[in-house]
Write a protein that binds this ligand. Structure first.
Ligand code: HEC
Ligand code: HEC
Length: 337
């Protein structure tokens, strides 16, 4: 009996060691112990006219905060934001996500908005991906991209949010389903050093920063279970379904199957109107948001796109979807890849 017990306890011990090694070398202990996070501080971002203007520009036109965090009128063409409800939060409607997500009300309403949050609680949520209560956010909120936002831009965004008209709009808390709820605990990364202004020495470097805040990659790089497919950066084919229908993102690399034929004028027109000459793009492409970008910023983003590695990948939403071996999605011209 005792020998059996001894044997059993050894087995348990060995199993525990093997299991822990397995966990350490694969996904780590994060799913069990919760996301990495730092304690919040009592820093305050001072409001200045420059910060208000810059914050508004990023919030509305570059980073899409307003677009994701506002209710939309899905019955109108182009699905515009509901008048008077800007930034008051909305249910996030994208099919196939293992969660029920609500982009919260970011207006300074004392009961349903963020009036009682400290500046650093907002700052930590935006760039480091943990909620006020310390939950790892679902990374559809592009905090992995916002991780690169400079301290000054972050301060500007928070200052602008504080200036928004308060809108009363209560939404439930998001729920992320198991096991994904545990697996995403590995995504948030704390920031403990200062993030300086971005490299502005060349058009492509400035465009890279803007494209990061705009999260072009989140839609244009196809991903499987949240992980970008290697070698397919900005090569499109990611199929997304929701109130906008079902649509594959475009290949925006400088390949003949991508947008090598674009010049800067055509790019500016596409970004502002959602029209590629006579072809109308699906409203999932956020042209309603990008139409507020300055000419200079649009040129810089175009300069950045031209530095991308060309990837041969044909995607065409006007053709019947077929299986694509290259990205694993079913999209127009998929069988031609
Ligand atoms: C692609 C859509 C999208 C964009 C763009 C986006 N968000 Fe979010 N955001 C979300 C979703 C969805 C959640 C909820 C995630 C969750 O609960 O797991 C969220 C959560 C948040 C939170 C909540 C933290 C908490 O404690 O609940 C804050 C603050 C926030 N976003 C601010 C911003 C700001 C500021 C920007 C722009 C710089 C922005 N978001 C851009 C979708 C988005
Ligand atoms: C929320 C997802 C999303 C984001 C973010 C996004 N796009 Fe798109 N984009 C799309 C989809 C979907 C299409 C294809 C629409 C169609 O074919 O009807 C598209 C199409 C395009 C096209 C047209 C290509 C062509 O000629 O067919 C360009 C150019 C483009 N996007 C550039 C960008 C850039 C640059 C950014 C970042 C600044 C960006 N997109 C961000 C979803 C997105």
């Amino acid at each position: 009996m005792r020998r059996l017990f001894k044997f059993a306890s050894w087995t348990v011990l060995i199993a525990a060691v093997v299991l822990s090694l397995g966990i350490t070398f694969t996904i780590g202990w994060r799913p069990v112990i919760g996301p990495r996070m730092r304690p919040t501080t009592n820093r305050k971002f001072e409001s200045t006219p420059e910060r208000l203007a810059r914050g508004k520009y990023i919030f509305k036109f570059v980073a899409g905060c307003e677009d994701c965090h506002s209710p939309h009128d899905t019955t109108k063409p182009g699905m515009p934001i509901t008048d008077g409800a800007e930034a008051s939060g909305e249910e996030f409607l994208i099919d196939g996500v293992p969660a029920k997500l609500f982009a919260p009300n970011l207006t300074p309403d004392p009961e349903t908005g963020v009036a009682t949050w400290t500046d650093d609680e907002l700052a930590r949520a935006i760039r480091e991906g943990v909620t006020r209560e310390g939950r790892a956010m679902f990374p559809i909120m592009p905090y992995q991209n916002f991780h690169y936002m400079s301290d000054e831009d972050l301060a500007s965004v928070v200052v602008y949010m504080r200036s928004l008209p308060a809108v009363k709009h209560a939404l439930p808390e998001s729920v992320v389903f198991a096991p994904v709820k545990y697996l995403i605990r590995d995504v948030p990364q704390p920031i403990t050093a200062s993030v300086p202004p971005p490299d502005s020495s060349t058009a492509a470097a400035r465009g890279n920063y803007l494209a990061r805040l705009a999260a072009c990659n989140e839609c244009h790089t196809p991903a499987k279970r949240g992980a970008p497919i290697p070698g397919m950066n900005f090569a499109g084919g990611f199929v997304m379904s929701g109130p906008w229908g079902s649509v594959a993102t475009a290949n925006i690399t400088p390949d003949p199957s991508g947008i090598s034929y674009y010049d800067e004028n055509l790019f500016r027109e596409v970004m502002r109107t959602g029209m590629v000459r006579a072809r109308k793009l699906n409203e999932l492409m956020p042209y309603n948001q990008y139409k507020g970008l300055t000419d200079g910023d649009i040129s810089d983003i175009f300069a950045f796109l031209k530095t991308l590695k060309p990837v041969s990948h044909r995607v065409d939403n006007t053709e019947t979807p077929t299986m694509c071996k290259k990205c694993g999605f079913k999209h127009g011209l998929g069988e031609k890849n």
